[in-house]
Design a protein around this ligand. Structure first.
Ligand code: PA5
Length: 467
C-alpha cells in the first residue's frame, strides 16, 4: 500500500524560530496528555463511542453500499446527490480527487460512471439549470438524497422539486429512481421513505455529517462513479493502526493535533490547507468544515466562554501563489500551513521543447508539469520559511482510493485529538442547529412562530440603515 506521510520539519523551532515553531521538548511535554487521550479513545471505542473510527470494519455497511451500486449502475445515466454540508462535501471531494476534471464532459464510453451533480446548495439558477439538463433524461436519472436529520430545509426543498419532476414523467414508478440515505427512524425524509417505499440505506448511527464520508454518504456516489470502495476502506483501516500508537512521534493524527494545538496557543489562529493539486482542492473544502464545525465552540467541557477554534482556510497551489501568498508572507504571522503534495500524478504531460531557443523559456523545455507544480510547492514552502511561517506537508505518493481513505481517516482522528486537547465537544454543532431552526422560522414552518417573531426585528433590510 502507498502510505501518505506527514512532514513537520518546517513547523519546528529550528526552521521558524521559537515564537512560531514547535520543539521536540514541547511535543514531549504534551506526550503524556496525548497518550492519555489515545487510551481514553481506545476505551471509548470498546464501549461503542466514536463510531466513525469503526466504519472501515463495517462489512454489512460496505455490502449495503455495493448492493445499491450494483442495483442502480445500469439504470443510471445521471446521478444527482441532494444534500448539504457533511452530506455533500465528502462526495464532492471524492469525485474531484478520483475522476478527471472533464468527467461530466466525457462520452458515456469513456466515463467510469453516470454524470454526477452534487447540489450542496439551493441557488435557484443552479437548481434550474440542473432541472433543465435532466428533464429529457429523467428515465435514467437517480436521486441520491442524503440527510442525517431528514429535516434539513435545503435538502428537503431540493427533494420535493426533483421528486415531482420524476413523478410527472414516470408516474408511480418514479420511486424506483430514488435512493434515500437518512436516519433509520427519525425525520421527515424517513417518513416519506416509508410511505413511498424508496430503496434506502441507513445513515450510520452515531456518525456526524462531517465524519460520514467513509460511509454510504460519501461512498455510494463514489462507487457509482467508479471508486474502489474496498481499497478506500483498506486505506482507512491502515491509518487506524497508525493512529492507535501511544507514542506521539509515531501517531500522525496526534502529531497533527499537537502541532496545531501548540501553535494555536501561540496565536496561530488560522489553519491554511493548500493542496498543490486541483484534484485535491475538494479535500481542503472538506477539511474546512471538519475543522470549523468541530473546533469552533463557545463552551468547553469544563469551562464556559472559551470561544475556541482555529479558522480553517483553503488555498490552491499554484493558483493562490498569485493571489494569497503576499499576505501569507508579509501579513500577520497568525497561520499554520498544511500543503498537500502529490509525488506521482497519474498523468505526465511534458512541456514541449519547441520554444527552447527562447532563452527565458529554456528551463521549461522537456520538463514536466509534475516537476513544475512540485517545484512551485518547494518554492512557496521556502518563501514562507524565510518569513518565519510554520508549514507542514501531507505527501500523497499517488491520488487513489486508498490514499484518500487514509487522508479522511487521518484528519477525522486528528480533529478529535485537537478537540480533546482543547477540552471541548468535538462532535456537536449547536450553532449550526440554531441557524437551521431560524430558517424554519423565517420560512413559516409550524411550531417556530416564537422564533420567527424574535427574528423579524433583526432583519437586515431596515430602512433606517439604508443608503
Ligand atoms: O456536519 C454536520 O453535521 C452538518 O454539516 C450536516 O451535515 C449538514 O447540516 C446537513 O445535515 P443533514 O445531513 O442532517 O441534512
Amino acid at each position: 500500500m502507498d502510505r501518505i506521510s506527514f512532514y513537520w520539519k518546517n513547523a519546528s523551532v529550528d526552521a521558524v524560530g521559537k515564537d512560531h515553531g514547535v520543539s521536540v521538548k514541547d511535543l514531549k511535554a504534551l506526550a503524556p496528555r496525548i497518550a492519555r487521550i489515545t487510551k481514553s479513545i481506545a476505551e471509548g471505542r470498546k464501549k461503542g463511542e466514536f463510531r466513525f473510527r469503526q466504519l472501515p470494519y463495517d462489512a454489512d455497511m460496505i455490502d449495503s453500499i455495493n448492493r445499491e451500486v450494483e442495483h442502480f449502475r445500469d439504470r443510471c445515466d445521471v446521478l444527482i446527490v441532494l444534500g448539504i454540508g457533511g452530506s455533500a462535501l465528502g462526495n464532492i471531494a471524492l469525485q474531484t480527487a478520483l475522476n478527471p476534471y472533464t468527467y461530466n464532459l466525457q462520452s458515456d464510453r469513456t466515463r467510469t460512471g453516470p454524470l454526477l451533480f452534487v447540489l450542496d446548495n439551493v441557488d435557484p439558477d443552479v437548481i434550474k439549470s440542473v432541472v433543465d439538463f435532466v428533464t429529457p433524461r429523467l428515465k435514467k436519472t437517480i436521486l441520491n438524497v442524503i440527510s442525517k436529520s431528514g429535516d434539513t430545509a435545503e435538502t428537503a426543498a431540493q427533494f420535493v422539486l426533483f421528486r415531482e419532476l420524476l413523478q410527472k414523467k414516470l408516474g408511480k414508478r418514479y420511486t424506483e429512481n430514488v435512493l434515500m440515505i437518512t436516519d433509520p427512524e427519525k425525520g421527515a425524509l424517513r417518513k416519506v421513505t416509508k410511505e413511498e417505499q424508496y430503496r434506502s440505506i441507513d445513515y450510520p448511527a452515531g456518525v456526524g455529517g462531517r465524519f460520514s464520508v467513509l460511509s454510504p454518504v460519501g461512498l455510494f456516489s463514489a462507487g457509482m462513479c467508479g471508486a474502489d470502495i474496498e481499497a478506500m476502506m483498506g486505506g482507512a483501516a491502515d491509518m487506524d493502526k497508525r493512529c492507535k500508537e501511544l507514542d506521539i512521534m509515531a501517531n500522525p493524527a496526534a502529531m497533527i493535533a499537537a502541532i496545531h494545538y501548540l501553535l494555536d496557543q501561540r496565536g496561530k489562529k488560522m489553519s491554511v490547507m493548500m493542496p498543490y493539486s486541483s484534484s485535491l482542492y475538494g479535500l481542503a473544502d472538506w477539511y474546512r468544515q471538519l475543522w470549523a464545525e468541530s473546533l469552533g465552540k463557545q463552551d468547553g467541557l469544563r469551562q464556559k466562554n472559551l470561544f475556541t477554534g482555529q479558522t480553517p482556510v483553503k488555498a490552491l497551489g499554484t493558483t493562490d501563489q498569485h493571489s494569497q501568498v503576499q499576505l501569507y508572507r508579509e501579513g500577520p504571522n497568525d497561520k499554520i500551513f498544511t500543503f498537500l503534495e502529490v509525488e506521482r500524478f497519474d498523468q505526465r504531460p511534458i512541456i514541449p521543447d519547441s520554444l527552447k531557443h527562447v532563452s527565458e523559456l529554456e528551463y521549461l523545455a522537456g520538463s514536466t508539469f509534475q516537476k513544475l507544480i512540485n517545484s512551485e510547492k518547494a518554492g512557496t514552502e521556502y518563501a514562507l520559511l524565510k518569513s518565519g511561517r510554520p508549514t507542514t506537508t501531507v505527501v500523497f505518493p499517488r491520488i487513489s482510493a486508498d490514499t484518500l481513505g487514509q487522508f479522511f481517516y487521518l484528519y477525522e482522528t486528528a480533529v478529535h485529538y485537537m478537540g480533546e486537547l482543547l477540552e471541548i465537544d468535538t462532535f456537536n454543532q449547536p450553532a449550526v442547529e440554531l441557524g437551521k431552526k431560524a430558517t424554519f422560522a423565517v420560512m413559516g414552518r409550524k411550531g417556530y412562530e416564537a422564533l420567527a417573531a424574535e427574528i423579524a426585528p433583526v432583519a437586515v433590510k431596515d430602512k433606517g440603515f439604508m443608503l
